[in-house]
Design a protein around this ligand. Structure first.
Ligand SMILES: NC(=O)c1ccc[n+]([C@@H]2O[C@H](COP(=O)([O-])OP(=O)(O)OC[C@H]3O[C@@H](n4cnc5c(N)ncnc54)[C@H](O)[C@@H]3O)[C@@H](O)[C@H]2O)c1
Length: 255
């Protein structure tokens, strides 16, 4: 049976670990050719090799989304290897693999605040700028930004992270307006607290279990719980949907 993304080319930033890896794997299983654009080059190559061994087409490359030259290279490599870019998943962020502190608002360093905005927000903008010329040429494209449920309901700490993810909501709506005339859809997925860590310690497992108890669907969220929403926004099923945010959190943030 043909997948829903047969013939499509998808870039997943931060696709070497955690939830991004699950996005890359699921998009590949739906027929897309995949570029894993990841700051951890080893991880990018490892995921690309895994996908290739499973019979899919994939390219892994070191990419720093906060560096304009690096995301330009990412887009050029995707076009050179696969000839087009249909989907960009702006998933890379400072979160777990490149860790953030969970400090109170007045104990976050200025450097960490700036780095958070540079990767999570500016990186999303830069990666979008790098792929949109190709999407415009094609007259078709899907940009999927990753926010967080915390941007909608607040959080007891990590104000820099939550602020960056709230920025993604406005970015999504405005970019959707600007590129709609080019038939490019821009949507957003806001995950809930997800057990994405590769080697979670007891504290992390406790935190993820606590999140499970406060949602309608009372279980721990896994990366695979998020992939259906990504395929939907990447596929023709959502061709007349843009500027939207879909919260995928088992009914924690009901808005
Ligand atoms: N896990 C959760 O509970 C949760 C909840 C809400 C939202 N999210 C969001 O989902 C996305 C994935 O989260 P995750 O839990 O898999 O975390 P993660 O830290 O494992 O994944 C982020 C990925 O981005 C990569 N990365 C970091 N800086 C980069 C850069 N400058 N350029 C390119 N790649 C870079 C990391 O190496 C990593 O592979 C993030 O945007 C995160 O904010 C996660």
């Amino acid at each position: 049976m043909k997948g829903r993304l047969e013939g499509r080319v998808a870039i997943v930033t931060g696709g070497g670990h955690g939830i991004g890896k699950a996005y890359a794997t699921r998009l590949a299983s739906e027929g897309a050719k995949i570029v894993i654009a990841e700051i951890d080059e080893k991880a990018a190559q490892a995921v690309a090799q895994e996908l290739t061994a499973a019979g899919y087409e994939a390219l892994g490359m070191r990419t720093d989304v906060s560096d304009p030259a690096s995301v330009e290279k990412m887009a050029a490599a995707a076009i050179e290897r696969f000839g087009r870019i249909d989907v960009l998943v702006n998933n890379a962020a400072i979160f777990a693999t490149v860790p953030m502190s969970r400090s109170p608002f007045d104990q976050i360093t200025v450097d960490e605040w700036d780095r958070m905005m540079t990767v999570n927000l500016k990186g999303t903008w830069l990666a979008s700028c790098a792929v949109i010329p190709q999407m415009r040429n094609q007259g078709y494209g899907k940009i999927i930004n990753i926010s967080s449920g915390t941007a909608l309901k607040g959080s007891p700490s990590r104000i820099h992270y939550v602020t960056s993810k709230a920025g993604i909501l406005g970015f999504t709506k405005t970019l959707a307006n600007e590129v709609g005339k080019d038939n490019i859809c821009v949507n957003c997925v806001a995950p809930g607290s997800t057990l994405s860590e590769e080697n979670p310690d007891e504290g992390i497992i406790k935190m993820r279990n606590q999140a499970a108890s406060s949602r309608a669907l009372k279980r721990v969220q896994s990366p695979d719980d998020l992939t259906g929403a990504i395929v939907f926004f990447a596929s023709a099923d959502s061709d007349f949907i843009t500027g939207q945010t879909l919260v995928v959190d088992g009914g924690s943030c009901l808005h």
